[in-house]
Design a protein around this ligand. Sequence first.
Ligand code: ADP
Ligand code: ADP
Length: 231
Amino acid sequence: APLINIKDISFEYEQTKALENISLKVEEGDFLAILGPNGSGKSTLLKIMLGLIKPTQGSIELFGVDAKNFKHREWVGYVSQKSNSFNSGFPATVEEVVAGGLAKKSGLFHRLPKDYKALVHQALVAVGMESFSGRSVSELSGGQQQRIFIARALVAKPKVLILDEPTVGIDHQNVQSFYNMLASLNRDQNITLVLVTHDVDTVTDKITHVACLNQTIHFHGFKDQLHTMSD
Ligand code: ADP
Ligand code: ADP
């Protein structure tokens, strides 16, 4: 079964039609970019994929199971756009932030597994940030912070990782190396990736599938299609 199967969904807020008759399949191993301008429904679609809101019409299956009966939320990792603007007043280190992705709530306490340092290290290696583990997150660049939040999601070993506008805080000259890192997660760690972005120019040939929200089209083999879209 597809990891995510969105079947003809629509979503309406009180006044606004945010999504109309969207169908989309995410298969294991895909690196999918969902493109669309601001207001085209990208965040709404992600919230539906994450089970935070229910479609007004249509249905969604996760790993072959209707979303309302799906029990393995930890298989679907998420890096929100808000993570980007992380700027807490306290000096959280990279290691602390990434370890947060492993914390299990137990009463008042958040408990970490015994081997958390090794797991955090693995996740930092996967995003190319292992030499930063003792650094304060608030001192890092936007792109470095984004990698730390990806590591925080990865440490919980998701099968799919959903990224909301991941390149927003990244300097233009660093976007390619950021996408190279994502491609290595996709290829070498077998993580299925879904990202949404309004920025067509940042999308590279690392991406295997493109869905375009304002046109409701799902492209396969995107390179030629991308020209059509930006015309
Ligand atoms: P995007 O993420 O592509 O910018 P959104 O999913 O945030 O798009 O929004 C899609 C449409 O739905 C927009 O017209 C937006 O104004 C509207 N919208 C989003 N969230 C709400 C909400 N909570 N209440 C009412 N309208 C909303
Ligand atoms: P994001 O796209 O990262 O969710 P936004 O600034 O678009 O950030 O939206 C922030 C929050 O406001 C979201 O939860 C969204 O659903 C809600 N929102 C967006 N547009 C509207 C709207 N027109 N009316 C009410 N709430 C909205």
